[in-house]
Design a protein around this ligand. Structure first.
Ligand code: ZN
Length: 486
């Protein structure tokens, strides 16, 4: 047995209490790794697959030699003073300037990239860096569409896409990587076909999963740069934390209605998303684009800025948006830049980090609690299905139908029998409903707002009040397919 040092790479330090090296007593490489993983069991999951094999993206070096090329591999003997180095196959971000290997361009590629090749800031060297780069786009939606199209056109050699959604008609207003004929297809397949049509010289790798704490590190570690095009807070914090733990730059973009934000979070050189927003807003406080709407061209502008930042990081050209938050207001056409500081107290990239591994981001963002609350609310509310309501209205039963959506939503679709009382005005209008003998059915888009309104009616003493379960979405499915879904 000899004392040897195991060097832990940045991405895995979080699983070894932040240490960059650990001294163990061992006679062979295998013993050293066993000793290491018995002390830090979390490391085991990252180094080995379920069947006990060293993961394909992890290499082990003994002093300067890759043990894969040593006889006897794990059984290789070690001596006092030896160093074992764990090296993920794609180590570090591009900010450490990747070595430009000799990449040959075909005549066709020379023609394709001609306008880049004559730019001094790009040139053949820069174009080679682009070809060697591996960029992961989280989401093939509003932001991912323009970002992926421009990165493909620019010749970024490998684009990874993470998405599990299907193309819907309501996506086409802004998700320009997809076409009308793609409705119903997986976004991944639709995007891959389009990107390869834009540039057949590149590789597109698809990951059909919901990004989670279980798969994020494994997927992200294979790429140099991550482009965050997510539309929800749990995934945003997940992407941030995974990028910080892996030491990768995170090209961030977000959009809502007419406003967008762009930045580059790279914890090695500046702040991260948690330095900017330590905690997510409570669920329901910040509406999603599905609820609040978004100007179609806005993700085009923000996603294109993300592509620009990504290309600059790959080339090492210009000033990246590290430590700066760019805000864009589409209505006033105004850009504003805020200085971002690294928060020394940041729980993941600060001086004394408390987050060393990925957590449950739905719990962190309060999503589970909100869901349980919503289920509890809906559970205590009597319901009527769309087909039942249609049948009873057709039978001429005395039913008063109240629509609690916002007035502008009625322009999209409505039930002729319904009267409008937006939810915000509902409490003050309840007295209007008092005294009638009719049963009351409350409706909205999905059945959530109307459940809340029925609860208010119950509290006011109504016993014959029902919620249209599933809302107008269910009406469209069960009763009238011409009812527009939104
Ligand atoms: Zn931070």
């Amino acid at each position: 047995m000899s004392q040897i040092t195991v060097i832990i790479p940045t991405p895995l330090r979080g699983y070894a209490e932040g240490q960059d090296s650990i001294v163990v007593n061992a006679g062979t490489v295998a013993e050293a790794l066993t000793e290491l993983t018995s002390r830090y069991s979390e490391l085991s999951r990252h180094l080995y697959s379920e069947d006990g094999q060293l993961r394909s993206f992890v290499n082990i070096y003994l002093n300067d030699e890759d043990i894969r090329y040593l006889e006897g591999r794990d059984a290789a003997g070690v001596q006092a003073g030896d160093e074992i180095r764990i090296v993920p196959s794609i180590a570090g971000g591009v900010a450490t300037a990747p070595e430009v290997k000799d990449v040959e361009f075909t005549q066709e590629e020379m023609r394709r990239y001609a306008r880049h090749l004559i730019l001094p800031e790009v040139g053949p060297e820069g174009q080679k860096k682009l070809k060697q780069a591996r960029v992961l786009l989280i989401g093939a939606g509003g932001l991912g569409s323009p970002a992926s199209l421009y990165l493909a056109a620019a010749g970024v050699g490998t684009l990874g896409l993470v998405d599990f959604d299907v193309v819907e008609h309501s996506n086409l207003q802004r998700q320009i990587v997809h076409g009308t004929s793609d409705v119903g297809r997986l976004k991944l397949e639709s995007a891959r076909d389009r990107l390869l049509d834009v540039n057949p010289e590149i590789e597109v790798e698809t990951h059909e999963v919901r990004l989670s704490s279980d798969n994020a590190l494994e997927i992200l570690t294979e790429y140099d740069i991550v482009v965050d095009g997510t539309d929800n807070f749990p995934t945003r914090y997940l992407v941030n934390d995974a990028c910080v733990l892996l030491g990768k730059p995170n090209v961030y973009g977000s959009i809502f209605r007419f406003e967008g934000q762009v930045s580059v979070f790279h914890a090695k050189q500046g702040p991260c998303y948690r330095c900017l927003y330590a905690e997510p807003p409570p669920p329901g406080l910040a509406p999603s684009c599905a609820e609040g709407g978004v100007l179609g061209v806005l993700p085009g502008i923000i996603g294109t800025l993300q592509a620009n930042e990504t290309i600059k990081l790959i080339l090492g050209a210009g000033d990246p948006l590290i430590g700066r938050l760019l805000l864009f207001d589409a209505l006033r056409v105004r850009f504003r830049e805020l200085k971002l500081r690294k928060d020394p107290e940041c729980p993941i990239c600060g001086e004394n980090p408390t987050v060393h591994k990925l957590i449950d981001y739905e719990v962190f963002c309060g999503i589970r609690e909100a869901e349980v609350e919503q289920r509890g609310l809906e559970a205590g509310v009597p319901i009527i299905t769309a087909s039942e309501l249609r049948a009873r209205l057709d039978a001429g039963d005395p039913i008063r139908v109240i629509d609690v959506r916002e007035p502008h939503e009625l322009n999209i679709c409505k039930l002729d029998e319904a009267e409008l009382i937006p939810l915000g005005q509902f409490p003050s209008q309840i007295s209007r409903l008092v005294g009638g003998n009719d049963e009351i059915v409350v409706i909205c888009r999905s059945g959530r707002r109307s459940a809340y309104a029925v609860r208010l009616l119950q509290d006011a003493g109504f016993t014959e009040a029902y919620n249209l379960t599933g809302g107008l979405l269910a009406w469209s499915d069960e009763v009238d397919p011409t009812m527009v879904k939104y």
